[in-house]
Design a protein around this ligand. Structure first.
Ligand code: ZN
Length: 318
């Protein structure tokens, strides 16, 4: 009579931990299975296998005697361990084959995805290139935008600086407009030159480099009478006139008080009184950067009639 043992989780803990297999079916012996241990070779067998076999399937022993208890695992037949090893080996083989197949499938799948994506690219190559093109344009525009933004900040800074400068300039203009300037030979210096008198109505040409308010000139009247002063532009349009009533012998002023824009003009007069003028002057242009007296209609050796030209700047302010 064979004796069978039902595998119990607690009673056969160490046996179960060894993961023994039935040598015939290769089935794992687990909790609840009825097994027997061949008394001859110490191999465990499933009850159903043992009953249907005439000999011990492991050692071919005819007696078919069995143990009543599961012995210590160490006492089990080496065959078990061989079985285990071979099972494990065959499992490694299985894994290897599985991985081989998996990688093959993976390869096929990725090749097929790759070729699909190539087909897609081919089909939509135009669009694909357009997108690339647009991406590159976007990138360029982004760079340009950042450059322009930095330039803008730079210019804004320059504008701020310029505005500050402009404010200073405005203040300077206001100050400058308050100042009185004179140019030409000073009245008291006329006698340093050979002085003559005559009623010659000479034209004295001059240019104005900034807008000014032309105030007055001095004349050296030889006797009394009347004198009109005139300023004309180069097209002979009268721009200003001065008449102060009867002049007496000696120094007199002709007062114009007229605005002159930047440009070229000539100064002349009419009247019945002789005026003093200089011979052997020869120093044209007589310039102070704002007004430049350039010449007369005569030879450049003459300085004619009008001394101490007085004016103020008339710079436009905000
Ligand atoms: Zn046996």
């Amino acid at each position: 009579m064979s004796s069978f043992i039902r595998l119990d989780r607690r009673k056969h803990e160490s046996f179960l931990a060894d993961h023994c297999y039935d040598p015939t079916t290769k089935e794992l012996l687990k909790v609840g299975d009825e097994v027997c241990i061949c008394a001859h070779c110490k191999s465990p067998h499933l009850k159903s296998v043992w009953l249907s076999a005439k000999l011990c399937p492991s050692c071919r022993n005819e007696s078919k005697r069995t143990l009543t208890e599961i012995p210590n695992t160490k006492n089990l037949n080496n065959f078990l361990k061989k079985t285990e090893t071979s099972v494990v080996q065959s499992n490694y083989k299985g894994y290897f084959i599985f991985f081989l197949i998996a990688s093959l499938i993976g390869g096929i799948v990725s090749v097929s995805f790759y070729s699909e994506s190539e087909k897609w690219k081919e089909k939509y190559r135009g669009k694909y290139l357009e997108v690339n093109n647009l991406n590159s344009k976007i990138s360029n525009l982004t760079n340009t935008t950042s450059q322009l933004s930095s330039e803008k900040n730079n210019i804004r800074q320059q504008l701020n600086d310029a505005e500050t400068e402009l404010d200073k300039y405005e203040e300077l203009k206001i100050l400058a407009n308050k100042l009185s300037f004179t140019t030409g030979i000073k009245y008291e210096d006329r006698k340093n030159y050979p002085l003559k008198y005559g009623n010659n109505k000479a034209k004295v040409y001059f240019t104005v480099n900034y807008p000014i308010n032309f105030n007055s000139v001095k004349i050296d009247a030889d006797g009394s009478g009347y004198i009109y002063g005139y300023i004309y532009d180069l097209y002979d349009n009268k721009v200003c006139e001065a008449y102060n009533g009867t002049v007496t012998n000696g120094v007199e002023s002709l007062t114009f008080n007229c605005a002159l824009e930047k440009g070229s003009y000539y100064l002349t007069h009419s009247g019945n009184t002789d005026l003093g003028f200089i011979e052997n002057f020869n120093k044209y242009p007589f310039s102070d950067n704002i007004i430049s007296i350039t010449r007369t209609q005569y030879d450049s050796k003459y300085y004619m009639n009008f001394f101490e030209w007085s004016y103020k700047l008339d710079l436009k302010t905000d």
